[in-house]
Design a protein around this ligand. Structure first.
Ligand SMILES: *Cc1c(COP(=O)(O)O)cnc(C)c1O
Length: 413
C-alpha cells in the first residue's frame, strides 16, 4: 500500500467513456475499480487499494463475503422475484431474524435507504392521524440541520444543504428543522401536531458529527413525554459500524421506528427496511404502501446472510476495538492541517483546517498511496473501512495515512 500507484491507459479510457455517457451527478476520484475482495479493491490497471469508504458503510462485511455470495448464488438458482402479490419462502425468515436482532415486533422491507426513510415518514404520519389523533393534513415531522436522509424530492425538501435542494422545488410541506445535538431545541419545537422526530445518531454525510453525550437518550425521553415517534435513521451508523449493533445502543435506545439499509445488503444487493412495534406498523393496511422489489426472495436471502455475518463475526466488537485504537493513532499525528479527529467505532472523520485546504487533495494523495477515502462535507476525510479489516491492515495503512495527514504529497493551494 505504501507503493505509489500508476494510472494507465485503461483507467483514462474507462473514465472518458463513463463521463461521456453518464449524467454528471457525481465527481468520483479518478480510479476505475474492477475487482474487490474483503477490504481491498483493484483498478483496471492492476493497482491494489484499501477501501476505506466501504460504499458509505454498505460494505461492512467486506467485498464479496463468501457466506453472502453463497446465499446469493443459492437463491439465484431457485427464485429471485415474486412481487408481493404472492408470498415467497424467504421474506418471512428474513424479517423474523431482523426483528429478533433489533427487538422490534414488525418489519417492512424496501430496497434503498431513501425508500426506507420515505416509508418511515409515511408510517409516522399515518400513526399521527390514526393513533395520536392529529387533525387531517396537519402532521409535523421535525428533522435536524445538516441532516442526510437520501435524495427523493420529499427528503431533499427538508435538507439544509443548498445544493441538494436548489432547482428541485416545490417541496413537500410538514417538516421543521432544529439544530442537531440540541435536545432543548427538540422540546421547544414540538407541538400537538408533531408526529415524529427524524434523526441520525451520528451525522455521517454531514461530516461525521458526533452529538453530545446522552443526546439520543434525552431525545427519546422527550419524544415519549410528548407522544412523538423517535425515527432513528441508522442506515449508515447501524449494523456494527460504530462499535455497537446500532449506534443508538450507546444511548440505550433504538427509537420507535428504526431505519436500516446499506450493510443490510452486504454490499451485493440493495436491501433496506423499517422496524417498529405493532402500534405503529399496523397503521399500514393492504394497498397503503408497497414496492415491486421490496421483500423479494433474492434480497431476503442476501439480507439474512448479511445480518448473520455481522452477528456471527461480532463485527460490532471489532469496530469498537479497532476504532478506539485507530483514532488514538490518528490523534497522535502532529499535523498543522488537522483541526479535529472525531467519530465512533470505525466511523472516523479527520477534519482538515479551512486555512490549509479542503479534504479533497488529501484524499487524492491517499489514493496515490493505495488508500481510497472520500471527503465529506468539504473539510472531512472519512475513514470507514469494512469491519472485517484487521489490526495489521490498518497498521500498514497508517504508514501511508500519517505522512499524508501531515501534508506530504498533498497539493495545497
Ligand atoms: C445513505 C443514507 C441514506 C440514503 O440511502 P440510499 O440507499 O442512498 O437511498 C439515508 N440516510 C442515511 C443516514 C444515509 O447514510
Amino acid at each position: 500500500m505504501s507503493s505509489t500507484t500508476t494510472v494507465g491507459q485503461e483507467t483514462q479510457a474507462a473514465i472518458l467513456e463513463a463521463e461521456h455517457w453518464s449524467a454528471h451527478n457525481y465527481k468520483p476520484l479518478p480510479v476505475v475499480l474492477s475487482k474487490g475482495e474483503g477490504c481491498f479493491v483493484w483498478d483496471v490497471d492492476g493497482n491494489r487499494y484499501l477501501d476505506m469508504l466501504s460504499a458509505y458503510s454498505a460494505l461492512n462485511q467486506g467485498h464479496r463475503h463468501p457466506a453472502i455470495l453463497e446465499a446469493l448464488h443459492e437463491q439465484a438458482g431457485r427464485i429471485t422475484l415474486t412481487s408481493r402479490a404472492f408470498h415467497n419462502d424467504r421474506m418471512g425468515p428474513f424479517l423474523h431474524a431482523l426483528c429478533e436482532a433489533t427487538g422490534f415486533e414488525k418489519a417492512l422491507p424496501m430496497n434503498t435507504g431513501a425508500e426506507a426513510v420515505e416509508t418511515a415518514l409515511k408510517a409516522a404520519r399515518k400513526w399521527g392521524y390514526t393513533v395520536k389523533g392529529v387533525p387531517d393534513g396537519r402532521a409535523e415531522i421535525i428533522a435536524c440541520e445538516n441532516n442526510f436522509h437520501g435524495r427523493t424530492t420529499t427528503i431533499v425538501g427538508f435538507s439544509t444543504e443548498a445544493q441538494y435542494r436548489h432547482g428541485f422545488g416545490p417541496f413537500t410541506p410538514g417538516f421543521k428543522i432544529i439544530p442537531y445535538g440540541d435536545s432543548a431545541a427538540l422540546e421547544d419545537a414540538i407541538t400537538e401536531n408533531t408526529v415524529g422526530f427524524l434523526v441520525e445518531p451520528i451525522q455521517g454525510e454531514g461530516g461525521v458529527i458526533v452529538p453530545p453525550e446522552g443526546y439520543l437518550a434525552r431525545c427519546a425521553e422527550i419524544c415519549a413525554e410528548h407522544d412523538v415517534l423517535l425515527i432513528n435513521d441508522e442506515i449508515q451508523t447501524g449494523l456494527g459500524r460504530t462499535g455497537q449493533l446500532f449506534c443508538g445502543d450507546w444511548d440505550g435506545t433504538r427509537g420507535d421506528i428504526l431505519i436500516v439499509g446499506k450493510a443490510l445488503g452486504g454490499g451485493v444487493y440493495p436491501v433496506s427496511g423499517i422496524l417498529a412495534d405493532a402500534e405503529v406498523m399496523d397503521v399500514f393496511t393492504p394497498g397503503d404502501h408497497g414496492s415491486t422489489f421490496g421483500g423479494n426472495p433474492l434480497g431476503a436471502a442476501v439480507g439474512s446472510a448479511s445480518l448473520r455475518v455481522i452477528l456471527d463475526e461480532r463485527l460490532s466488537d471489532r469496530a469498537r476495538e479497532l476504532g478506539d485504537w485507530f483514532m488514538e493513532r490518528l490523534r497522535a499525528i502532529d499535523s498543522p492541517h488537522v483541526e479535529e479527529i472525531r467519530g465512533r467505532g470505525l466511523m472516523v472523520g479527520v477534519v482538515i483546517r479551512e486555512t490549509s485546504a479542503t479534504a479533497r487533495p488529501f484524499c487524492e494523495a491517499l489514493m496515490e498511496r493505495g488508500i481510497l477515502a472520500k471527503e465529506t462535507h468539504h473539510q472531512v476525510i472519512r475513514f470507514a473501512p469494512p469491519l472485517v479489516v484487521t489490526h495489521e491492515i490498518l497498521e500498514e495503512a497508517l504508514e501511508s495515512i500519517e505522512p499524508v495527514v501531515r501534508g506530504e504529497g498533498v497539493e495545497l493551494p
